[in-house]
Every structure is written in structure tokens, then in C-alpha cells.
Design a protein around this ligand. Structure first.
Ligand code: FPP
Length: 236
């Protein structure tokens, strides 16, 4: 919260528009996701170069499970490949990789590789790439509320002790600072159940480009615009 404008710690992104990018080219939607995954690597590199310490990407929402099975399967296959190739490459570059979301919903082989990658990169400190997978913010908040209730039930804390800090500590993002910037691509202007608690004071940027067309120049443009915004956190 006491971040200065020139010190961007955390950027969160809703990578939207893969399907429309593919449709525009007469390609299957899976090709849009494939191209989108290539862009992830480039943007992660560019964010690191710009001194950003945390990058959180919305890769698959709890609502995305309702997409046709064929698309869910192709996204899971892409994730499988990504865990073995690009994320491994980021690991070698000193990136700490984290996943947030209801991971128990994911296929067991993917969970195993996610946990392996998290363990292997836990001490990497160049930057943290946090991937929201099977993630829904309302679900995360309900999950946190249950954990707080459990602490009260066990007698570890009293109801009067519950404050924002205790609540934040129960979220998947407990050890990650709140995002300074939220970017959503594809021209849509919605938050879509993403980081509802954490985005309370973030600056929002809506970019027209579909995610597969998003470039590091566009990222740097957002960063420059962010520096001209005044963050008051409700104060005068
Ligand atoms: C939204 O576009 C994008 C997704 C639901 C998936 C995002 C996934 C990737 C970018 C690739 C995988 C990423 C990693 C980190 C492995 P959409 O399908 O909703 O597009 P549309 O609104 O145009 O239909």
C-alpha cells in the first residue's frame, strides 16, 4: 500500500482474447491459446527486465471448467507442455513459479508437476511468476473465511482479533504484495472474479489488443502511463 509510483512490484494480467484472435484468422481456438502461451514467456521476460518482482497471470478460471470438454482438454495439454518446456526455462533464469487456485480440480499428473516446479523454484529470487489456475476469487475468499472460522473455533484467535491482515494471510496470495497494476487485454472491461480482494487499490488498464498480439512495447506503455497516475488510496 505504501508503494511509490516508480516502484512497480506487482502486475496482474487477464490474458483475454485468445479465441477471438484465432477466429479472426480462421484457426481453431486452441491455436489462439498456443500463441497466447508463447506471449506469456515474452511478457514474463519483459516484466522482469522492467524490474517488476511479481507477475500474476489468469490462465484458467473456475468458470473455464464449463467450456466444451475439447477446449478444456486442449488447455490442459498446453499446460502439460508448458510445465515441461517454457516454465522449466524460466526456472533456469531464476524465476520463482507459483500457482494459485483450486488445484485439486486439475489432473493429478499436472498437480504433481506444478508442485515439483514450485519446490524447485522456491528459492529463486529474480521475480515471481504466479499462475492463477482453476482460480476464482469468490471461492478464494470463501476458503479464507472458512480458515479464519477454524482458527476461532480452535480458540487460536477471538472474533475481535479478525482484521484485514489475518484475513489476507488466509488467501492464496498471503505472501505476495497486492498488484499495483491490472491489465486486461481484448478490450473487455470486466474483472471476471479475479483477485477481488487484492485489486482494491490497483490501477486498471484495458488494452484493445487480443492477448496473442500483446507485446512488450504495450507492457512498457502501460508502465509509463501508470507512472503518471496519482494513487491516493482514498486519501486526499
Ligand atoms: C482467455 O481467452 C484466455 C484463456 C481462458 C486461457 C489463457 C491461457 C493462455 C494464455 C495459455 C496458457 C497459459 C499458460 C501460463 C500455460 P478466451 O479463450 O476467453 O478468448 P475469447 O474471449 O476471445 O474467446
Amino acid at each position: 500500500m505504501n508503494n511509490t509510483k516508480d516502484n512497480i512490484r506487482h502486475i496482474a494480467i487477464i490474458m483475454d482474447g485468445n479465441g477471438r484472435w484465432a477466429k479472426k484468422r480462421g484457426l481453431p481456438r486452441s491455436m489462439g491459446h498456443r500463441k497466447g502461451a508463447e506471449v506469456v514467456k515474452e511478457i514474463c521476460q519483459a516484466a522482469g527486465d522492467a524490474g517488476v518482482k511479481y507477475l500474476t497471470l489468469y490462465a484458467f478460471s473456475t468458470e473455464n471448467w464449463k467450456r466444451p470438454q475439447e477446449e478444456v482438454d486442449s488447455l490442459m495439454d498446453l499446460l502439460r507442455q508448458y510445465l515441461k518446456s517454457d516454465l522449466k526455462e524460466l526456472k533456469e533464469k531464476g524465476v520463482c513459479i507459483r500457482f494459485i487456485g483450486e488445484r485439486e480440480m486439475l489432473p493429478p499428473d499436472i498437480i504433481k508437476n506444478m508442485e515439483k516446479l514450485e519446490a524447485e523454484t522456491a528459492n529463486n529470487d529474480k521475480m515471481t511468476l504466479c499462475i492463477a489456475l482453476s482460480y476464482g476469487s469468490r471461492q478464494e475468499i470463501v476458503h479464507a473465511a472458512k480458515k479464519v472460522a477454524e482458527l476461532v473455533k480452535r480458540g487460536d484467535i477471538r472474533i475481535e482479533d479478525i482484521d484485514e491482515k489475518i484475513f489476507s494471510d488466509m488467501l492464496y496470495t498471503h505472501d505476495i504484495p497486492d498488484p499495483d497494476i491490472l491489465i486486461r487485454t481484448s478490450g473487455e472491461q470486466r474483472i471476471s472474479n479475479y483477485l477481488l480482494w487484492q485489486l482494491a487499490y490497483s490501477e486498471f488498464f484495458f488494452v484493445e489488443a487480443y492477448w496473442p498480439d500483446f507485446t512488450k512495447e504495450m507492457l512498457n506503455d502501460v508502465i509509463e502511463k501508470y507512472k503518471t497516475r496519482e494513487r491516493r488510496y482514498g486519501k486526499l
